[in-house]
Write a protein that binds this ligand. Sequence first.
Ligand code: GDP
Length: 356
Amino acid sequence: MHPENDPRYTGLAVNAGVAQPPSVNPYLKPRRRQPLPSAAELVEGILKGDVTQLARAVTLVESVAPAHQAIAREVIEKCLPHSGRSRRIGITGVPGAGKSTSIDVFGLHVLRNGGKLAVLAIDPSSERSKGSILGDKTRMEKLSTHPSAFIRPSPSAGSLGGVARKTRETIVLCEAAGYDTVFVETVGVGQSETAVHSMVDFFLLIQLAGTGDELQGIKRGIMEMADGIVINKADGDNIDRARLAQAQFRSALHLFPTPPSGWSPEVLTYSGYYELGIPEVWDMIDRYFTFVKENGYFESRRHEQARYWMYETIDAELRHRFYDNPDRALRIADCERRVLANTLSPFAAATLLLNS
Ligand code: GDP
């Protein structure tokens, strides 16, 4: 017999408890969902700079529910005439390059002269990790408590294209709410740079000085997109290595053709953590904006981007309409079987399905 079941057992025993009441709080009403806000209400709030309404509208933009999307579309259309007046700056770098540290100090630097800053992110990996690693408030300690900063993590649902489109739409809402500087952050490891590049005016690449071969491992395409390359962590023992990296990047950039902006990308060193060289980085960005506004590239790049997003959205919508059909899904499966059995060519199958 187990000792605890012995009647002479005097150790710990479980007393009979008090019966659980039917409800912890009988007066508690079941939580009702907040009614959906109207587009007019949201737009009014956004134009007044109301952060709560802005955040609610962004949530609708990110939602996949058709009812939410309908409101979001209306809000975006109504905000569009009030948008476009910000400096949109893309910031990329591999994890650990110091993006959050840098965005924190860059942001404070920008806000020192007044104005409002929105920090958005495109993080295609969040789908897998079920949660955004970018734009996280805790990563930008100083900015997150600043009254003029609006920080929003990456929308997490869907494909890179979908995530990027939502970020792009969020820019419109932020601008309508009076944010005159917008940072769009992305991890510098994949294709998200192309997406960011298609929505910003200036693309900043954060690099680290390393072992002397830092140029390896960066995709040529990313370097070609950069309007400025900044080498972070130029502090302490690292200063000389950062300078060396700077020289290497400069000479590497010479090999590239002059970009369509006519602006030769600059390479600077700084330290986000020790806040060294920050005004110089910002001075470069200021000079860039003056340069491209004078030569007309600023306008033409924005036009190009608007066109890109129109076709991008058409592509996505066509694909969606094609695949999102149960009948067609069956037909696709059938065609796939025949293609694999070699009784139908892939081309004939595609034509058949597209014409169905
Ligand atoms: P992220 O992953 O690109 O957002 O990088 P973080 O901003 O989180 O920085 C990664 C690590 O580098 C952290 O431990 C930072 O403290 C450190 N770090 C960031 N900037 C600097 C810098 O300017 N100098 C030094 N020495 N360390 C830095």
